[in-house]
Design a binder for this molecule. Structure first.
Ligand code: SF4
Ligand code: SF4
Ligand code: SF4
Length: 188
């Protein structure tokens, strides 16, 4: 098989390997949920189309570190060698050294796939929700990194403290059954 086709196969495998969203839906949630007259339960979630990466997700949540974290849709990623989620514009070198990384807590892992492709994954336990990587990906990349409220960390405040200060007015109440708003999904 020609090299070019092999590369396409490899990237196709990565994109279809069931890891499209960085975290999965969970059954249990904490707190007392908002509900409508018919008893349907609602939770706060971020509409990624409205997020302008203001940074308030990291500081305004009642949970610390924030229940709002970055996720990565591998089906949208270009697997770029020089990734604007990973490297700041003034990175001294284009390698994995801590001094070359945009993420303040080193939560993004960069792995070589094959020339010229690299895979980027978010360590959810380290992420503090600062949205710096999302800003880089939105400005210069494919927009494959975006913010979502993790349902297993959110305590479902009646008035989400982040929504009050969210500069993009990106927080929406969605049915509990949906849990997340993957990119491209219509808002409710
Ligand atoms: S840059 Fe910020 S939002 Fe992105 S992975 Fe790191 S801590 Fe999370
Ligand atoms: S509802 Fe409360 S816990 Fe959940 S994201 Fe908003 S401020 Fe954080
Ligand atoms: S507060 Fe709103 S605009 Fe700011 S990073 Fe969070 S979701 Fe995006």
């Amino acid at each position: 098989m020609p090299d070019k086709e092999r590369s396409a196969d490899r990237r196709g495998f990565l994109r279809n390997s069931g890891r499209a969203l960085g975290f999965v839906a969970v059954g249990g949630v904490a707190g007392r949920l908002l509900s409508n007259a018919s008893g349907e339960k609602f939770v706060w979630q971020i509409n990624p189309a409205k997020c302008i990466q203001c940074g308030n997700c990291a500081t305004a949540c009642v949970v610390a570190p924030s229940a709002s974290r970055c996720t990565h849709d591998f089906t949208m990623c270009g697997y770029c060698r020089i990734c604007s989620c990973f490297f700041p514009p003034d990175a001294p070198k284009l390698n994995e050294g801590a001094e070359n990384q945009l993420c303040p807590v080193g939560a993004i892992k960069r792995s070589f796939v094959e020339e010229p492709y690299y895979e980027y994954s978010v360590d959810q336990e380290l992420c503090i929700g600062c949205a710096r990587c999302v800003k880089g990906c939105t400005a210069f990349g494919n927009g494959s990194m975006y913010m979502q409220v993790r349902r297993d960390l959110c305590v479902d405040c009646n008035e989400c403290a982040i929504s009050v200060v969210c500069e993009g007015k990106a927080f929406e109440l969605i049915p509990l059954s949906k849990q997340y708003l993957p990119k491209g999904a219509p808002s409710t």
